[in-house]
Write a protein that binds this ligand. Structure first.
Ligand SMILES: Cc1ncc(COP(=O)(O)O)c(C=O)c1O
Length: 381
């Protein structure tokens, strides 16, 4: 994939617009985005939900400019990042905790809340990083069945909450199904949860979904409810998985409860890069546009092939190859074609219920074309 270009309005251009000179052709300079490197001798990796489209050139520039500061521990750069995040989330800075990716927020929460006799409520077929750790710490996981179209059944979730429930975990869009909650129903559900129960909303993929982020994010509820935590990551739409940056948005009392399990902030350079990435809204638009393009391509191909799939709103598609092929058999056959995908993933369901489903991450267009060609071949054989 060649370097991709998007247009970045210069400060001068903005000034021009402010002065009402919109009739003059906008001054814009092309910004080169370096797509994630691919190695023709390695398999195409469509199993880890990584961003194939690169990351903000402004973030890259900032890291290169500050590379010599790698000798130091973090200084004001974490505070600068937190201040920028607090502007994005519209909460005071003491409502933000930065971590090395958002995975640590999930783990810290499980460690802080789980204990024998306590339970966490979640949806079947969800992301298991928090729930697995919660169980390992002696807690119990109570699973609500999936709703229609593999969505959320909020009545079923609410019915599972009992006096021993300490937290509810919602991943939105969900992984591996990719489905997105109706924001009104999710908001209503969150507001109905007893205040003593933490509601954890993992919004790792939310920037990539089709409908506007602002409509779907539950972050505004943090200001209304002291029992809501939102986790976010720079690994997905921002394309910075390898730099390990994530954060929690929550009331300071919750952050205090999970903080004893904090294993470290993002690195010096990651914090600098993340701050720049937050300011580079054009990269985010570019990234989302590319995700939508490849997602629509895969959906159209699946439709042509008669393949069933859940409505994908994240960086992957959950699908049923058909032809009696199990997800694991497809994963193995794909590996023979040099393409890595995820086979069957099940949680909170009867073993085997989703054995004939698989998950493919969204790579770049060339990679998705190779995936579709291999799938056609495998299904014919
Ligand atoms: C739903 C969800 N939450 C959290 C994470 C953690 O990612 P990271 O630690 O890179 O932020 C992932 C990673 O794939 C994910 O799928």
């Amino acid at each position: 994939m060649k370097n991709a270009t998007y247009h970045h309005r210069s400060g001068l251009c903005r000034l021009g617009l402010i002065l009402g000179l919109a009739a003059i052709a906008p001054l814009a300079h092309a910004v080169q985005v370096q797509p994630a490197p691919t190695d023709p001798d390695s398999p195409i990796r469509l199993s880890s939900n990584e961003n194939a489209f690169g990351f903000s050139p402004a973030a890259k520039r900032a890291m290169l400019e500050n590379i010599d500061a790698g000798s130091y521990y973090n200084r004001n750069n974490i505070t600068d990042l937190i201040n920028q995040i607090s502007r994005r989330e519209n909460v005071p800075a003491n409502h933000i905790l930065t971590t090395a990716g958002s995975g640590p927020v999930l783990m810290m929460t499980a460690l802080a809340y789980a204990e024998p006799g306590k339970n966490a409520v979640t949806t079947a077929m969800g992301y298991t990083q928090l729930t697995r750790r919660f169980e390992l710490q002696g807690g119990e996981i109570k699973y609500a069945p999936l709703g229609p179209d593999m969505g959320y059944d909020f009545d079923a979730l609410a019915a599972l909450i009992d006096e021993n429930t300490v937290l509810v975990y919602i991943c939105n869009p969900n992984n591996p199904t990719g489905t997105l909650a109706d924001p009104r129903a999710l908001r209503r559900f969150i507001l109905s949860v007893p205040p003593r129960v933490l509601v954890f909303v993992d919004e790792a993929y939310l920037e990539i979904s089709d409908t506007p982020f602002e409509t779907n994010t539950m972050a505004p509820l943090v200001r209304l409810r002291p029992n809501v935590l939102i986790s976010r990551t720079f690994s997905k739409c921002f394309g910075m998985a390898g730099f390990r940056i994530g954060y929690a948005v929550a009331n300071p009392a919750i952050l205090e409860k999970i903080s004893p399990y904090h294993m470290g902030a993002p690195t010096y350079l990651s914090a600098i890069a993340a701050r720049e990435a937050l300011l580079d809204t054009q990269f985010m638009e570019y990234s989302k546009r590319h995700y939508q393009e490849v997602r629509n391509y895969v959906k159209a191909e699946f439709d042509k092939m008669g393949i069933q799939y859940a409505d994908p709103q994240g960086a992957f598609v959950f699908f049923r190859p058909g032809n009696g092929l199990s997800g694991d058999a497809l994963r193995d056959a794909m590996a023979q074609h040099g393409i890595l995908i995820s086979g069957s993933r099940e949680s909170g369901v009867e073993p085997g219920s989703f054995a004939d489903w698989a998950r493919v991450s969204l790579g770049n267009m060339d990679e998705m074309k190779a995936f579709i060609a291999a799938l056609n071949e495998i299904l014919k054989s």
